[in-house]
Design a protein around this ligand. Sequence first.
Ligand code: HEC
Ligand code: HEC
Length: 415
Amino acid sequence: MKSITALSCSFAFAFAATLGAQTDPGPRGGPPRSGQPLRGLSGAELQAFGAGRGVFNEIDNVKDGLGPRFNLDSCGGCHAHPDSGGSSPAVNPQVAVAVKFGAVNQAPAFIQPNGPVRVVRFKRGANGQPDGGVHNLFVITGRNDAPAGCNVQQPDFTQQNNLAFRIPTPTFGLGLIEAITDATLRGNLAANANLKRQLGIQGSLNTNGNDGTVTRFGWKAQNKSLLLFSGEAYNVEVGVTNELFPQEREENAACATNGLPESVGDIGQQTAFMRFLAPPQPAPATDSTTRGAALFTQVGCALCHTPSMTTGLAISAALSQQPVNLYSDLALHRMGQILNDGVTQGNAQGDMFRTAPLWGLGDRLFLLHDGRAKDLGDAILQHDSPGSEAHQVIVNYGGLGAAQKQDLLNFLRGL
Ligand code: HEC
Ligand code: HEC
């Protein structure tokens, strides 16, 4: 027995060493290549972008509408890296906000100083029925700007198996994503049908139950527009009621201080900022990244991660009939058991996620919907578990030599 174990151990070690021959070059250094306004904006649009950035980064206190329950006190705190509008920063701001202004919140174990910003959904409610909604981490209780009688408590986050995490998606280039027509998305999904069928790739678009049009924002493509996302995020993440979401999610009268809605106009400004944010600027191509781009298509990644689409007619010239190099079909795919989060949103079931847009990957510190991966190779291998449409493509990837894999990883970190 012993010798067999030893043998299989050394074999596994050698095998891992071969696999380890390629490495993720990691996030790029240097100045951020995101966070700028789109080129070609009018003077008025540029002004709306600048003013919107201010509102996006504003810190809300209780008098501004924060809470009673919340996940952070500003949009820009979660959408921070590598610049305003982005994704999770290296230092998680949720640790500090838990005790800001005298608050006595405990940061749950899944919130770490060097881990990703996370929001939490419960898979099931107390009665065992499906839940799926966001349960806020923090309360204003104890803050020196909260009413003295306010005594709402944090939910119980100890039932690990019932928790589903999400990290922030970056918002760079989202005006372009918003301006892609539904017909373009449907046509793109229908393209390369034979190849997709051979590889077991299907995919479907998430849609709005009321009008049937395609929804495209969020990890499960659950949300229709930037304005709707802003309205919902302002109320859900920060606790600020607004013209789209006028009711508090926590209506405890002892914590209520403000007339509702607490903000009018902010969500339009936040939206203008995100809509006019330029897409991430890729690094200059090298021989290696050029080979990597070809391999990305050759093994089949590009069948879900569509490299480019074109926007339709838009009232803003900077968004009208423009290329969108997003590396996504914005469609839902079955991604297998290990990524399944047990949450249903619209047509998206537990194992279904929107193909993550890969533009800006060069700056991303945390990967996959719950931030479980930091390493690109790891994120790729997580695509393959029973039930995943990506299975055959990941097998193809596994068949590449170490130098080819390296080219592919270099290409991805150049995006
Ligand atoms: C506590 C952290 C946090 C705060 C604060 C926050 N967000 Fe987010 N944001 C997230 C997470 C997590 C997601 C992914 C949500 C999902 O798909 O379930 C997200 C997704 C988004 C998206 C979708 C992007 C895409 O690629 O589809 C938009 C738009 C957005 N947020 C805007 C905002 C705005 C505007 C605010 C401020 C009103 C805000 N967010 C505040 C964490 C946050
Ligand atoms: C069947 C469709 C499909 C195929 C094929 C596919 N992906 Fe993905 N990819 C997805 C989906 C869906 C996600 C989001 C999954 C999640 O977060 O749970 C994703 C996420 C990623 C991420 C993480 C991005 C982020 O924002 O966190 C990377 C990196 C990635 N894919 C690279 C690749 C590469 C490289 C290939 C080819 C070897 C590939 N993918 C093939 C659908 C696919």
